[in-house]
Structures are given as structure tokens and as C-alpha cells.
Write a protein that binds this ligand. Structure first.
Ligand code: PLP
Length: 378
């Protein structure tokens, strides 16, 4: 049996090797490394895939989040409502811009922001909501957009983990996550559902003015060459990454299907173990399983990880420390914020390997190893 990894990018590459190699070579031979035709083509193909008017590729997902917030003209001290239960990038960029993250607890079933708690967190300083489509399933966007419209707030979706996820609006309309709020941000980090071979990211929006502003900020605040209207930054997706993404984008739906098939197999196997709460699939979206994350009941998580490691089964804790308890946010005094679900989840979640190339033999070995550990604890 092949070594088991959380994400197997080597096997995935083997299947697309000749296409990827010639696409990369083509970029090198044409020496159009920056803003070349590959980037333009990828942008158009992504717009088409997402069904959105503008896609603006940038250097990584963290830049996408930062530039999105910069485009909203927020002032230092303005508040942004967001979950604490997320990857640090979501909230780090807020602090970097002098904004104040206001942490709201998550739903214990979906791991996404609990919309019932958002209105109580709104103050006169609140300017935006940044929901995160964590682990590959959509935050409750209809409810979030209704609150945002009522209170005149911007919504920036952190879609780094859910690219390709369908969101079902109550009116039977379907949208891709990331295209529902004012701006959507995503990451093409290699291990993401649509990953390149280095760093990459993008924003998308249906708003022409926001799109123009985002482009300007990502390019040194430049309106025309050497005329800089606003303070911006330098954030670009390079042509080699765009060329790789152009090969993987047409496969994204099939990749996500494979992830769902692995999740289905885990769900079925774990149904015999009350010690494992398998991921709840909310009816409002089609989960793309960036992570397969379960909640353990009465199981020593550290001991489980050690045991699994001895069986060649990797596992990860996403995330052991929620944002509001991070030292970098000490000055916000957020550590004392009451986020019982977030605190509870960080202590009992564990993520198992999930990727597009999982073999049946590997899957069986993972399941049996987990089962063996649970039974040994009874
Ligand atoms: C990966 C990720 C990011 C950041 O993306 P990078 O490309 O690594 O900068 C932001 N938010 C979430 C939820 C992520 O998972």
C-alpha cells in the first residue's frame, strides 16, 4: 500500500503530468511570466466556472482577503464580524489593517458562523461580515445577506476552503460560494481543492466599481501606468501558476466528487461508532470536503493521534487554538469573549486524510485503524 498522506499531490500530478509539463514549458518559452495570456485566460475561465462578472487573480488567499477589505474603504477601529473558528489569515488581515475582528460563535453542526448570533454583535462601528465556508461547506449566506442588507454592511466571503461548492438559495437558485457576498476570496495553495504549484489566490465580485478598485489596489494603487491614486500593494498570480490552474479547473468538479466519495465511505464506516460525530451536511449547500473533520466523544484525541501515527495514518487538528485566543490578538482583549462552541470544538475535532487520489486499500486501512483504537478504549 502506498504511504497515506493528508493530501496526495504527487499521485494527482502523475495523472496530469504531460499537460502540466507542457503548459509550464510553454510559459517559460514565451517568457510571459507576469500578467501573461495564461493569467488572462484563467481569469476568464474562472469567471465562467463561477458564474461571476469579475475574477481578479492575486498572489495568495491572504492577500485576497486583505485587498478585499482595503477595497471597502474601512477606517481603523471599524469592526468586522467573523468567526474565531477559522484559519488565522481570515482575521489576521483585519488586525493588519487596523480593523477590529468581532468574533461570533459557530454552529456546532456545520462549523460555520451562527447567524443567530450576528445581530447581537453589531455596533455603530460594524462595517462588514466575513463568513468562512469552513472545511468546504457554505456558511448560511441567505441569512447573512439579509442581516447585511438590513444593517447596510459589506459581506466578504472567505471561500478558501470551498471552491466549487454550490449554495442553494431558498428560491431554488444555485450560486457558487464566493459569488454571493460583495466580494469572495479564495486561495490556490497547493493543498486546497483547486491548488496550484506554489502560491495563488483570487477575488471575485459582480460589482464593476469594486472590481476596478480591487485591480487598482492589487497593482500599487495604479490607475494608469506610473499614476498611483491610492495606497495599494503588489499582488499577482504568476503565469506558471495560472497555466497549472487552467489544467486543473476543468477537473475541479470531478475532484470534488472524489472528495465526497471518500467522505461518504468514512460516514458509512463511522456510523457504527457513537464516539465519532461525522460531519453534518447542511441542506443549503453541496459540501466539497476540503477537510473531513469529525468530533470525538469521550475519546483521548492525543492518544488517538499517536496510535494512528504508529499505523501510518496521518491526522490533523484544524484548529487547536481559535483566533480569539491567539497571542496576536491579546490587545483586543478577545480571549475572554464567550465562544463556548468554538472552545468546545477546538478541543474535540480531528481531521482525517481526504483527497482526490485515495485508494480503497488506504481508506480501509484508515477506517480500520480508527475503529481499532476506539474499540481498544471501550
Ligand atoms: C488557506 C486559507 C486562507 C489563506 O490562503 P493562502 O493562500 O494560504 O494565503 C485563508 N482562509 C482560509 C479559511 C484558508 O483555509
Amino acid at each position: 500500500m502506498k504511504n497515506i498522506q493528508m493530501v496526495d499531490l504527487i499521485t494527482q500530478y502523475a495523472e496530469i503530468k504531460s499537460d502540466v509539463n507542457s503548459a509550464i514549458l510553454n510559459v517559460i518559452e514565451n517568457a510571459q511570466f507576469i500578467n501573461g495570456p495564461e493569467v488572462q485566460k484563467f481569469q476568464a475561465e474562472m469567471q465562467n466556472y463561477l458564474g461571476v462578472k469579475h475574477v481578479i487573480p492575486v498572489a495568495n488567499g491572504t492577500d485576497a482577503l486583505q485587498i478585499a477589505l482595503m477595497a471597502l474603504d474601512l477606517k481603523p477601529g471599524d469592526e468586522v464580524i467573523t468567526p474565531s473558528y477559522t484559519y488565522i489569515a481570515t482575521t489576521e488581515v483585519m488586525a493588519l489593517l487596523g480593523l477590529k475582528p468581532v468574533f461570533v460563535d459557530v454552529d456546532p453542526d456545520t462549523f460555520c458562523i451562527n447567524f443567530n448570533l450576528i445581530e447581537a454583535a453589531i455596533t455603530p462601528k460594524t462595517k462588514a461580515i466575513v463568513p468562512v465556508h469552513l472545511y468546504g461547506q457554505s456558511a448560511p449566506m441567505n441569512e447573512i445577506m439579509a442581516i447585511a442588507n438590513k444593517h447596510n454592511l459589506f459581506v466578504v466571503e472567505d471561500n478558501a476552503q470551498a471552491i466549487g461548492c454550490d449554495y442553494y438559495h431558498t428560491d431554488t437558485k444555485i450560486s457558487k460560494t464566493g459569488t454571493i457576498g460583495h466580494i469572495g476570496c479564495t486561495s490556490f495553495f497547493p493543498s486546497k481543492n483547486l491548488g496550484c504549484y506554489g502560491d495563488g489566490g483570487a477575488m471575485c465580485t459582480n460589482d464593476d466599481d469594486l472590481a476596478a478598485k480591487i485591480r487598482m489596489i492589487a497593482n500599487h494603487g495604479q490607475s494608469k501606468r506610473y499614476y498611483h491614486d491610492v495606497v495599494g500593494c503588489n499582488s499577482r498570480l504568476d503565469s506558471i501558476q495560472a497555466a497549472v490552474l487552467r489544467i486543473k479547473l476543468p477537473k475541479l468538479d470531478a475532484y470534488n466528487d472524489k472528495r465526497r466519495a471518500v467522505a461518504d465511505a468514512y460516514d458509512t464506516y463511522f456510523s457504527q461508532y457513537p464516539e465519532i460525530k461525522t460531519p453534518v451536511r447542511a441542506l443549503n449547500s453541496k459540501h466539497v470536503f476540503h477537510q473531513y473533520t469529525v468530533q470525538l466523544e469521550g475519546i483521548d484525541r492525543d492518544a488517538m493521534q499517536t496510535f494512528l501515527e504508529s499505523k501510518g495514518v496521518p491526522s490533523m487538528i484544524y484548529y487547536p487554538v481559535p483566533a480569539h485566543k491567539q497571542k496576536m490578538f491579546e490587545h483586543f482583549g478577545s480571549a475572554s469573549t464567550d465562544l463556548p462552541v468554538t472552545d468546545w470544538l477546538t478541543k474535540r475535532v480531528i481531521s482525517f486524510p481526504i483527497h482526490t487520489e485515495m485508494e480503497e486499500e488506504q481508506l480501509n486501512h484508515i477506517c480500520q485503524s480508527i475503529g481499532a483504537f476506539i474499540e481498544s478504549q471501550r
